[in-house]
Design a binder for this molecule. Sequence first.
Ligand SMILES: Nc1nc2c(c(=O)[nH]1)N=C([C@H](O)[C@H](O)COP(=O)(O)OP(=O)(O)OP(=O)(O)O)CN2
Ligand SMILES: [Zn+2]
Length: 121
Amino acid sequence: MVYRISKEFHFSASHRLDGLPPEHQCGRLHGHNYVIELELSAPADGLDGVGFVRDYGDLAPFRQWLDDKVDHRHLNDLLVDRNPSAENLARWMYEQWQQHFPELSAVRVSETAKSWAEYRP
Ligand SMILES: Nc1nc2c(c(=O)[nH]1)N=C([C@H](O)[C@H](O)COP(=O)(O)OP(=O)(O)OP(=O)(O)O)CN2
Ligand SMILES: [Zn+2]
């Protein structure tokens, strides 16, 4: 892949991480202002006639899905079979959206200004 584009999205949600030592802060119910970055890629000859990997505007359905299904929700209710860690969230979103955006190459999730997790199959 030669070209990479990315766009950032935001939502707020609560979660609790199971399996941590009892004293770990993240075992308690808490929330984050999440930042999601979708990365899309194309090979050297893969741009469309305009010169885009894909129009950033085409990502609007992802924003709508975040607003409708994820924003201000409890993430443990959405990821029922795994902990809603940043890593698992990144993979979950990738798997939800890869068919819609075949150029999707990675999803990155940030819970705080200092941390990022990435799923890149
Ligand atoms: N690899 C991961 N580690 C942690 C995750 C995660 O999803 N993946 N999540 C958490 C907590 O949910 C929460 O994000 C706390 O993270 P942390 O960076 O420890 O947050 P702080 O604000 O307390 O960070 P400081 O820099 O220490 O103030 C924990 N780990
Ligand atoms: Zn957390």
